[in-house]
Design a protein. Structure first.
Length: 587
């Protein structure tokens, strides 16, 4: 979860981390009790360094104060950093490697009593007990951001520890009871060792320094190459904003597993959030919103309960939303393979206005589903192939000016492409985009159009601060064979792209989540031209930004803040070179 955790601490945000197991197997010491306390000391040293608190006495934990915390009939250990009392660590101390049996097999576990700890009795836990205690913690702290491990690890790569995904499932069950506004961020674990490095040198060095503070207490700890990687399991993506029929921005944000929407009124004020009907269970944070040819808005999501893709569409422009969502199924139910490994939606329209829905399938390729007509019923799933290495996190799709739908997907080696054989036709594989000096993507791709209609694809370069852009030659008949590095301000994840303002001065604008968890941007210096220097737009955001234009053609940038609220920053007036106003919370 680092660098997210230390950046949150350094930004001044209250931060509480809960450890469900005692790690009595791997910590240093002669007994389980000593090993459990050793792990706690290592964690305390690492968190103190994250907060910038020096280690005055390496033989003691003088930076911390601890006490027992009674939750119902059980006690847990809670430690607070003296220099930053809002930085806290909670230890439940269940046994290592048993959480899967507690969650799935009805095992009742007992807790370890760490040496010299604040809790002196052992407590028993069933599945419901673990969920109850975590739910009580969430209710007590009333968080706005919940960071948790991966409930459904990518099965293609290095296997995860059962305690990791069991803890994530306990936490997901507990969070479902919380009525407050909550942004959830889920992190991949061991299997990031098999994907490209996505942290900058500075971010990786900071992460390594915190691990080195922990290492003396756990000789078993082996970081492999995890220290230069941090990947979200279900990132929001950058397509969660669209425009109403009359050009007003409307955002779709997942909170507590529910899809909510907020929209700008004609006078510039904001309304919402409005919960969009019954999704049939919690959905992942990645939603995609589109504006249909009739002016209605439509949103797509992936449900966690059964791994189905679902959609909801307005009754009419600016109209009501359905009480329940439409179930579009899961391609692996048709073709076999692990249905729980299906990815998140990507959507675009055919030349006739009917929609294409694309998703990474459970085998690591791509499948699609299309409407029979604009606003009509859906056909079955189509296997679009793509091999077995399409990466999680999202696809990119667009319709070019000649009416062809294009699709792009990152693998660990490059970016795959598909395109239609004719407007409204079949989608066919179209090879790999040109690469640059062996550079590989460390994010999903994003795509937009230049002023002249040619397509341009951007993604993060692994192990650097840079974005890479690949674009079509004039006329769009081929791709320029030498992509270009755009630099950047670091950070992780998919860039948000926008071509604005409409008309003769349209430029591509690029927005990224930067190394300081704010937003940075660059734009073309002129239509169809190279890019200018990057500019830091500030902010403290969760996940990735999105962008669109408003009814006056001014650019609006969207982000979720650490308080789970939606923030916008928009240009004062329309124009490629117009300044942006301050960040504004809108709900």
């Amino acid at each position: 979860m680092n660098p997210d955790i230390y950046q949150s601490i350094r930004s001044g945000m209250p931060t509480v981390t809960v450890y469900v197991t005692a790690s009595e197997i791997s910590g240093n010491g002669d007994t389980p009790e000593q090993k459990a306390r050793s792990l706690q000391r290592g964690v305390e040293d690492a968190y103190a360094r994250m907060a910038g608190v020096p280690d005055v006495d390496p033989t003691a934990q003088e930076e911390w104060t601890g006490q027992s915390w009674t939750i119902g009939t059980r006690q847990v250990e809670r430690y607070s950093l003296l220099a930053r009392p809002d930085v806290q660590l909670v230890f439940m101390n269940l046994h290592d490697a048993r959480l899967g049996e507690v969650y799935d097999e009805g095992l009742t576990d007992t807790t370890v009593i760490p040496a010299d700890g604040t809790v002196t009795s052992s407590y028993s836990y069933t599945k419901s007990d673990v969920v109850d205690v975590i739910a009580s913690m969430i209710s007590s702290y009333q968080p706005t951001v919940l960071r948790l491990q991966d409930t459904i690890p990518d099965a293609r790569y290095w296997p995860d520890h059962v305690d990791h995904f069991a803890t994530a499932r306990f936490t997901t069950d507990a969070a479902a009871r919380y009525p407050g506004r909550l942004a959830q961020v889920t992190y991949r674990n061991y299997n990031i060792t098999d994907v490209p490095a996505n942290l900058t040198d500075d971010a990786a060095a900071a992460k390594e320094s915190f691990f080195e503070a922990y290492r003396p207490y756990d000789d078993f700890a082996t970081p492999l190459n995890w220290l230069d990687r941090m990947y979200y399991r279900w990132p929001t993506g950058t397509r969660w904003v669209t425009r109403t029929a009359d050009g007003r921005p409307q955002a779709f944000v997942v909170r507590n597993g529910e899809v909510t929407t907020l929209w700008q009124a004609a006078d510039g004020s904001w309304s919402g959030p409005l919960v969009l009907g019954d999704t049939g269970g919690a959905v992942v944070p990645a939603v995609v919103a589109v504006t249909n040819t009739d002016g209605t808005l439509q949103v797509f999501a992936r449900r966690l309960l059964d791994h189905h893709l679902i959609t909801a569409r307005q009754s009419q422009p600016d109209g009501t939303w359905p009480a329940t969502w439409t179930d579009l199924g899961n391609p692996n139910l048709d073709f076999g393979g692990p249905a729980d490994q299906v990815g998140v939606p990507a959507v675009t329209a055919n030349a006739d206005g009917s929609l294409w829905l694309f998703v990474k399938d459970g085998g690591g390729g791509v499948c699609g589903k299309r409407q029979h007509s604009a606003g009509g019923t859906w056909g079955g799933w189509i296997d679009l192939l793509g091999g077995a290495d399409v990466q999680a996190g999202g696809l990119a799709t667009i319709r070019s000016d000649d009416g062809l739908v294009w699709l792009f997907a990152s693998t660990r080696d490059g970016v795959l492409t598909w395109r239609q054989d004719a407007p409204n036709g079949d989608l066919l594989e179209d090879g790999m985009l040109p690469t640059l000096d062996g550079a590989v993507p460390a994010s999903p791709p994003s795509v937009t159009k230049n002023h002249d209609g040619t397509l341009e694809v951007l993604y993060r370069e692994a192990g650097t601060t840079s974005m890479i852009t690949t674009f079509q030659a004039a006329g769009g008949a081929s791709w320029v064979q030498t992509p270009v590095r755009l630099g950047g301000h670091g950070g992780i994840g998919q860039p948000a792209l926008l071509t604005a303002p409409p008309g003769d001065d349209a430029r591509i604008m690029v927005f990224e989540r930067n190394d300081d968890t704010g937003v940075s941007m660059t734009k073309q210096g002129a239509p169809d031209s190279p890019y200018e220097s990057w500019v830091d737009l500030g902010g403290t955001i969760v996940d990735y930004p999105a962008a669109t234009i408003n009814a006056t053609d001014a650019v609006v940038v969207f982000a979720i803040g650490a308080d789970a609220n939606l923030y916008v920053r928009q240009q004062v007036t329309a124009g490629a070179n117009s300044a942006f106003g301050a960040w504004q919370v809108v709900g």
